[in-house]
Design a protein around this ligand. Sequence first.
Ligand code: ZN
Length: 350
Amino acid sequence: MTDEILDYHYSGKTGQVERLKDRVLASGDPREMFLYLFYVDNEEVDLMGKAILDTGNFVYIHYLLRSFRVTNYKDFIQKILCSDSPKYLFNILYDVDYLDKQSRLEIIQRIIELNDDSYITKAAYYYFVVLDLFDEGLSLFTKNFLRANFSIEVDNSNYKGALDKVFYRDDYKKDPDGFSMNCFEGRNGYIPSLIVCHINNSYSSAIKRFYDTKSGVSSHYVIRRDGHVKQVVGLDDSAWANGTSLDPLKDYYNRFATSEIARTINDNANYFSFSIEHESFDGNLTDEQLNATVMVMREIIAYLKDKYNYDFQIDRKHIIGHNEVNPVIRKKCPGEGFPFDKIIRRLKHQ
Ligand SMILES: [Zn+2]
């Protein structure tokens, strides 16, 4: 039914939509229900949402909550709290921006119960530093946690700084030498015409994953929040950052792309794109990072001219977000704060 749903979306036709809705509901398939909401009619969020919740499918519950404002999301939270995965719980906390304080604290409490130090640190960092929220009980817990695990003496005045230090503690180690093995050799015959922007919470965890041959992911560049740039994959080769598939059953199906270029070239988008990761939680970049991004993009544009005599067009059709290639799975990458307009202005006028 995926192609049928997309046909509705792209043709703009409204006839028979009730029948399609009934069939999607009758299928009992949380994926079809989610896609219906995403591409056909997002007014049905409460109806489809309830049906997706009833299937108990954690993946599509996550996609649903981060893509739509769900009125009765508290019912969803109760289901989510049954999860044993700190990663899943953190992703809900991070991706769903309309949760109230109590729901956030319940999720963090569950992460604490699961006893995974790195996710406890990440959740506390996100709550106190990124969201800049406060809670007496959680701050007491956090101070004890930092003392016990990292022998850091903390009080009310410095625990945010301490969290920052602990969260980014690996970030200033030496970069790995050379390029990562995680890439396709060459461009499969394409002249790459897209620059795709991403965010990643932490530079060091991105670098670690991109050099781990088991992870299956990489990016051409990673830019740390202090502006430091590491190139991970050579520009002649295809990084593994924004892959698409021609298989409608994959959640990274190329027809899902809102980018016309990614959707209409019938191949894996990694072949015809460059990818840049930025260390950020919400897409906002530091001044140093913004400067580095503009510099890296200039390098890419010069490379295209030099290697292919290709004039890269500096606009939002060609400089895009990961969410425009993989909207279903990467709705929040690179985040609402990402400064596309600023970058484009700088590239054009300097
Ligand atoms: Zn991304």
